[in-house]
Structures are given as structure tokens and as C-alpha cells.
Design a protein around this ligand. Structure first.
Ligand SMILES: Cc1cc2nc3c(=O)[nH]c(=O)nc-3n(C[C@H](O)[C@H](O)[C@H](O)COP(=O)(O)OP(=O)(O)OC[C@H]3O[C@@H](n4cnc5c(N)ncnc54)[C@H](O)[C@@H]3O)c2cc1C
Length: 504
């Protein structure tokens, strides 16, 4: 009896993308595969990704990673949402909190009753109806079922973590499960003359790594998908013109808030991400509207602690590869494209790419329909996340030229349709596997000050006293629940204080 040789999967690059792929493949693929990862310490990783969304917990759970051990090892804190400061008008702020907002009444989603209540003058701010929002602003954290009222939901949460420590954590995980790591610089990509597939990576010191399927995780360099295969790039700068960032860590804030903060400035925005051992900060800006020196000054003037390093500049072009899977190469992570981290989606997109790879995993022969289906799903994901990020920009009421231009941008049809439906009928639809839910869109629409002209007629059918009572109860229940939660810092100290050597 002859047995087939194993299918050789080669991962080029060992940033978060490379090691997330390696960890997942080593966990889910059996004996029929080998996994090799090539990375170059000399080149290093972007390693900025520090804020995530709740789906990261599913990834860690699927790997069987103990949550508290992971939080300790990566200096993580908990994240209940993102606060947007100055995005609507200069002095406004709102939270896109994870999880539910309000409670549906009968057939109609909560926001219709809330909109009616706004008109009647009996509604509280939308955030008061979201348990995550109330807990985040009170700096509290808890896991599991609500303690004081069974009608309240669990609080979904994500993490702020040190991306370099996460990659190192996953490296240990993957190597313990049989992944071979090759240290070296890729100097050439060898293609099969007949099929055009990538046959091998040539490394410095005359080494060669052959494979059947290649995952391009080489970051912005995109050595395989673009360098060797010329997949092409769809540039979205006309919608999202920010093209530069500078990142700098600062001394740990005393107050490590359980939410990310994104503060708009004259030509982009600045992030603040609290970790246990430091605070991650960065400025994202359009180089056509702000020069690098001014961006550096703005960043450093708006830290809440002493900087621990010089700001590190990064350049990018927002958009995506035309083909994310071409020949026998699948681009994952920054090699596949870039969307600014306003909604902390990049690490999630790595995770969902891995899920797609595993679902559509080819045997030795790849069918074109497999590639087509992968690309269709990946493009859908990219475009819908782009629309959601774009919403924050176009619905602003600021005066600077950068912001005025954002309001005047011609929108993609998909976003135009969403906004029209909201304005005309207060409806929000979520298509297929769209990442952001109706309540995510709701919070950003209302937060940015985009209010609809009407609401569902059934909300008008409720007696006024019933609407007032309905809208009065939930904020009280949320406040009572939050009052008994431990503070975020106490919660971390109790369950998952950073390991020795991580905390400064
Ligand atoms: C400013 C900024 C802020 C961000 N913030 C967030 C955030 O808050 N949340 C989030 O989810 N994501 C965020 N991201 C995205 C996140 O950083 C990336 O998605 C994530 O780190 C994955 O990066 P990567 O592994 O694709 O690339 P990289 O980290 O760049 O890794 C590339 C790898 O390829 C290797 N490599 C490259 N060339 C060669 C070669 N010739 N030979 C051998 N090896 C090579 C490198 O050594 C490295 O190991 C942010 C990105 C930027 C730019």
C-alpha cells in the first residue's frame, strides 16, 4: 500500500498573522500535513495590533488557551467597547460598546421605541441602555451572567494586549505542536514554470523551503502575493485618505480603562490602548493634511503618561489585494490589505481568514472555484468593514478642511444604501456574514448624530406611559448591576495580573 506524502504548508512571516496561522493549523490539521514557518528576526514585525474585538475569545478557546494564562502572558486588559471622542462635533463623545443595546419590545427592535421616546422627551442617552457602556465608563468589569437581574445580558468582552507577546505566546504553542520554524530572510520566490504556482522560497545562505500551499504573512511587503504573483491592489484612499501612523508606548496610566479610546484630531485620530504594563498610543493621519513633525508633536502632547520610546512611523495605503488567494498563495494579515484600526478589526480579519482557509482547505490540487469562493468571501468582509469605518468619517460635523472633505466624499453604493434606509425608515439590515451587527451600526449612527426621519409605526402604537416606563427601567437595572461589579484593575489583580517580567 502506498501512502501519499503529506501536504506541505509554508507560512512566510512570523508576525501576529504568521503565528496565528501556525497555531491554528497545528491545532486542527492532522498527520496529512506539515507546517513550516519562515521568519526573519532581522526584519521584525509591525506588532502594533493591541486592541481586539470579542471574536478573539473564540479563537483562543478553539486553540484551548486558558484565558487568564493568556491575559497574564500578554499583559492584557479587558475591553468592553471603543469610545469615540470628537468624531461628530468637537465636544461630543460616544461609545461603541460590545453587546446588546436595550431590549426589543414585541416585533420591533429596541431603537424604534427609543427614537419614539426621544421625541416624547422620556428617553435617556442611548449608551445608558447598554450594560457594556455603563460598566466601561464606570471602569468596572465582570465575567459571566448578570448578578442582579436575569433580564440583563452577559457582557461580551475583548482584550487589549501586547501583539508581540501574543505572537511569542502562539509561537510556543505552535512549536510544541510540531510547527517547524526556519529563521532566515526570504531573498527570492521560485515559481513552477508550467503551473505558475510558487514552488519554493529561497532564503539567505543558499537555503530553500519547498511547499504545496503558501500563506503569505510577510506584512506590508507582501513578498509572495504581490512581489512574485502581482495580484494587484485596490486602493481605497479616495474614501479613507489616512496613510500614515506613529505609534508610541507611554508609562502605564493609573486608570486602565476597560475600553479603547479613539480621539479625532484635525486630520485623523489618535488611539489610546491601556495594557497592564504600559499604554499603547498612536496617531493616524492624512499626510496631505498634516506633516510628520506636526503629527509627532500632536501625539506627544496628548499622552496621559511619559513616553517610553520615540514615536515609530508607519506608512500604509488603505485597500485590499485584488485577489487574496492567487495560484497556491493565500495572503493573510497586512499582506492581504489594510484598513485603519479604528474598529480594531485587523487581528479579527486574520482570524476569519484562517477560518476560511480551514473550511476551504485544498488537497494537493486546487480548484479555481475554491479560490473564487475564498476571494468572494474575503472581499465581502473587507468591503463591509470598510463601510463601517467610513461611516465614522462621513457623518461628522467638524470644520477643518480634512473633515469637510470627508463629508463631501461620494460613498460606496453599499454604504449609501445603508444610510438611506436608516434615514428613511430607521431600519438597519445585516447581510450574510457581515461583521458588525445592527446594534453596532446603531451606536455609531446615533453617536455621529445621524438621526432618522421616522421610526417603526408599531412604536407609535404603544401608549405614552408604557413607553416612558419601558425606557426608565433598563438604565436603572444597568446602574444597579454595574454598582456591584469590581473595578477593572481589581478584577485583573484578582484573576490575571501580568506575569513576572511583563509588568513594568
Ligand atoms: C498603525 C497600526 C495600528 C494597528 N492597530 C491594530 C489594532 O489595534 N488592532 C488590530 O487588530 N490590528 C491592528 N493593526 C494591524 C496589526 O498590527 C496587524 O494586522 C498584525 O500585527 C498582523 O501583522 P502581520 O503579521 O500581517 O505583519 P508583520 O507584523 O509585519 O509581520 C510580517 C512578518 O514577515 C516577516 N518578513 C517580511 N519580509 C521577510 C523576508 N524577506 N524574509 C523573511 N521574513 C520576512 C517579518 O519578519 C515578520 O515576521 C495595526 C496596524 C498598524 C499599521
Amino acid at each position: 500500500m502506498t501512502t501519499n506524502p503529506p501536504i506541505r504548508i509554508v507560512i512566510a512571516g512570523g508576525g501576529s498573522a504568521g503565528w496565528m496561522c501556525a497555531a491554528a493549523l497545528s491545532r486542527f490539521l492532522g498527520d496529512g500535513f506539515t507546517v513550516t514557518l519562515v521568519e526573519s528576526d532581522e526584519i521584525g514585525i509591525v506588532g502594533v495590533g493591541e486592541a481586539t474585538i470579542p471574536q478573539i475569545r473564540l479563537f483562543n478557546q478553539a486553540l484551548g488557551i486558558d484565558e487568564d494564562a493568556f491575559v497574564r502572558a500578554t499583559g492584557a486588559t479587558f475591553k468592553l467597547g471603543i469610545e469615540f471622542v470628537g468624531w461628530g462635533a468637537l465636544d461630543e463623545r460616544y461609545m461603541h460598546a460590545f453587546g446588546n443595546v436595550g431590549r426589543d419590545s414585541g416585533l420591533i427592535p429596541f431603537h424604534h421605541t427609543w427614537l419614539r421616546g426621544v421625541r416624547d422627551g422620556v428617553a435617556r442617552p442611548l449608551g445608558d441602555y447598554a450594560l457594556n457602556n455603563v460598566a466601561a465608563l464606570a471602569n468596572r468589569m465582570q465575567r459571566g451572567a448578570a448578578r442582579t437581574a436575569s433580564v440583563l445580558p452577559d457582557m461580551p468582552y475583548a482584550f487589549h494586549f501586547d501583539a508581540s507577546l501574543y505572537a511569542a505566546y502562539l509561537r510556543r504553542f505552535a512549536e510544541a505542536r510540531g510547527v517547524t520554524r526556519v529563521e532566515g530572510r526570504i531573498v527570492d520566490v521560485e515559481r513552477d514554470g508550467e503551473s505558475g504556482d510558487v514552488a519554493a522560497l529561497t532564503l539567505d545562505r543558499d537555503r530553500r523551503v519547498e511547499g504545496d500551499l503558501f500563506l503569505d504573512c510577510t506584512g506590508f511587503r507582501a513578498l509572495l502575493i504581490e512581489g512574485a504573483l502581482g495580484a494587484g491592489y485596490e486602493d481605497w484612499t479616495r474614501w479613507l485618505p489616512c496613510d500614515r501612523a506613529m505609534a508610541v508606548p507611554s508609562v502605564r496610566a493609573m486608570d486602565f480603562t476597560p475600553y479603547t479610546r479613539a480621539t479625532a484630531h484635525g486630520a485623523g485620530w489618535q488611539w489610546r490602548i491601556p495594557l497592564q504594563h504600559r499604554t499603547g498610543n498612536g496617531i493616524v493621519y492624512s499626510s496631505a493634511h498634516l506633516n510628520d513633525d506636526a503629527a509627532r508633536d500632536h501625539l506627544l502632547a496628548n499622552l496621559d503618561g511619559t513616553p517610553l520610546d520615540d514615536p515609530r512611523p508607519l506608512r500604509f495605503v488603505t485597500g485590499r489585494r485584488r485577489e487574496l488567494w492567487k495560484a497556491n498563495v493565500i495572503a493573510i494579515g497586512l499582506a492581504s490589505g489594510f484598513l485603519e484600526p479604528l474598529e480594531s478589526t485587523s487581528i479579527h480579519m486574520i482570524q476569519s481568514a484562517i477560518e476560511r482557509v480551514l473550511k476551504l482547505l485544498p488537497s494537493r490540487r486546487i480548484a479555481q472555484v475554491q479560490r473564487d469562493e475564498y476571494n468572494r468571501q474575503a472581499v465581502f468582509e473587507y468591503e463591509r468593514i470598510r463601510d463601517f469605518i467610513l461611516l465614522h468619517y462621513v457623518a461628522n460635523r467638524r470644520d477643518e478642511p480634512f473633515w469637510r472633505e470627508r463629508r463631501e466624499t461620494a460613498l460606496p453604493d453599499t454604504l449609501r444604501a445603508k444610510l438611506d434606509l436608516w434615514k428613511a425608515a430607521a431600519q438597519i439590515t445585516r447581510e450574510h456574514e457581515e461583521l458588525f451587527t445592527e446594534v453596532g451600526w446603531l451606536q455609531v449612527l446615533v453617536g455621529q448624530g445621524v438621526m432618522p426621519d421616522t421610526w417603526h409605526p408599531l412604536a407609535d402604537a404603544m401608549p405614552a406611559e408604557q413607553v416612558a416606563e419601558f425606557l426608565d427601567i433598563l438604565p436603572k437595572l444597568n446602574a444597579r448591576e454595574v454598582a456591584q461589579m469590581p473595578g477593572h484593575a481589581d478584577f485583573i489583580a484578582r484573576y490575571c495580573a501580568a506575569a513576572e517580567g511583563v509588568a513594568a
